[in-house]
Write a protein that binds this ligand. Structure first.
Ligand code: ASP
Length: 427
């Protein structure tokens, strides 16, 4: 692990702690509104990170395709990555369902749910339509295909940009001569955006300090107390999943869990304070390569894709939240409905954008599929910002571990040299 990134991570950690303490002081002294004066600093930091996402994702995925050398090698990496995403997402949702059924945080919870929405036997018997599930799957797939890649870039629709970059990269493999100029351009674009990320990271401590300050100074502690059992269930599930991922990473890398945590502290703390996997992506990409020695091309492919579709933390949270809402309304979800929750929570996590609060929005997919009222989201709204910090950290960690696992499963000859046989990128 490099000295510079070690001290950077330490500074970020200290900044987060300071933001937490000062934010709590402001909250308890009733002076939280003063945060507004410094809030733009946090907003600027997040905007700077977002600024590099599209050029970084586009150029990195394209260059990773090019280095993979053949569509077969891409297929091999793609299959391994998707298998990892699938297994870990399923494991996360399963853990969520187990914990929420063991703890039953919503049973007897006095949140005014039944009173407000008057849940009754009609709601209880509402038939679950599997057609909704199928159309959700198709919807996610269709939405991934861009109709205008430039518009996708302008809108920041990362998944569509990834699909275009993969297809464009494959074409470059077949047309090395004709794509020479584009490859050169992408190489420069990638190097420049990576450098820009390093520059932006210099502002991370101050940005993260302000982001933490803002959340802490404004959080309503009354809400935290009344929803504490629900929060504890989500956080316990997330912690359990995090430990499983950590052990997998330690096993594949043959390093201690402490080393892995230390190496990944910058992206994990950034994920926690920004609540955005997308905004954290530039930091995740540079850290995984520099601190854990993962091959560049694996990181360039697995991380952007993972940040967009692999959200273990969100999947776990969606399952807990949906069952909690049912419990709070006094509705019993049988095993059949819990299976629907299981499937839709996984899909909702894939469909969630890597931005703050996205998981809360896609909750409507899960609630709708089991016939629960969308208004149920209102019950958990007050503490969602805090839970978002925890689930985003697990999302980002899941992507990092995915990169480690996929990289460890690939052979050296799955990659090709930078300038293969001299036919491309001639000066
Ligand atoms: N904020 C999460 C992320 O960026 C998504 C979510 O809201 O669950 O990963």
């Amino acid at each position: 692990m490099q000295e510079a990134s070690k001290s950077e991570a330490k500074l970020i950690g200290l900044a987060m702690l300071a933001g937490l303490i000062v934010g709590l002081i402001l909250y308890f002294t009733g002076t939280g509104e003063y945060v507004e004066y410094v809030k733009p600093i946090g907003t600027i930091f997040v905007r700077l990170l977002k600024m590099v996402i599209i050029p970084l994702v586009f150029s990195s995925i394209f260059m990773a395709m090019f280095h993979l050398g053949t569509p077969e090698a891409l297929g091999s990496m793609g299959r391994k990555a998707v298998a990892y995403y699938f297994i870990t997402t399923v494991c996360a949702v399963f853990l969520g369902i187990v914990f929420v059924n063991l703890i039953n945080p919503g049973v007897g919870a006095d949140l005014g749910a039944a009173g407000i929405h008057g849940l009754n036997s009609t709601m209880q018997q509402k038939v679950t339509s599997t057609q909704g599930l199928w159309s959700t799957v198709i919807g996610v797939l269709v939405d991934a295909i861009p109709t205008n890649p430039f518009a996708s870039m302008a809108d920041g629709t990362v998944l569509q940009v990834i699909v275009f970059a993969i297809m464009f990269g494959i074409v470059a493999l077949y047309l090395p001569k004709e794509s020479e100029a584009v490859i050169k351009f992408m190489k420069s674009l990638e190097a420049m955006t990576l450098r820009l990320t390093h520059v932006i990271m210099k502002f991370a401590p101050i940005g993260i300090f302000v982001l933490m300050l803002d959340v802490m100074a404004k959080t309503g502690f009354d809400a935290v107390i009344s929803l504490s059992k629900y929060m504890a269930t989500v956080i316990l599930g997330l912690a359990c999943h995090f430990v499983i991922l950590l052990l997998i990473a330690a096993w594949r890398l043959k390093k201690s869990p402490a080393f892995i945590l230390k190496s990944l502290s910058s992206p994990l703390l950034t994920a926690f304070s920004t609540s955005s996997s997308a905004a954290t992506l530039p930091i995740t990409m540079t850290t995984v390569e520099e601190n854990l020695g993962v091959r560049k091309d694996t990181a360039k492919f697995v991380l952007p894709l993972g940040a967009t579709i692999n959200m273990d933390g969100t999947a776990l949270y969606e399952s807990v939240a949906a069952i909690f809402i049912a419990q709070a309304y006094g509705i019993h979800l049988g095993i059949d409905k819990q299976i629907i929750v299981f499937m839709t929570a996984s899909l909702a996590a894939i469909g969630a954008a890597a931005i703050p609060g996205a998981g809360l929005i896609t909750m409507s997919i899960v609630l709708g599929a089991v016939g629960l009222p969308i208004e149920g989201i209102g019950l958990i709204l007050a503490v969602d910002r805090i839970l978002d910090m925890f689930r985003t950290t697990v999302n980002v960690f899941g992507d990092c571990v995915g990169t480690i696992v996929v990289d460890s499963l690939l052979e050296e000859n799955d990659f090709q040299e930078d300038e293969p046989e001299g036919e491309v990128v001639t000066p």
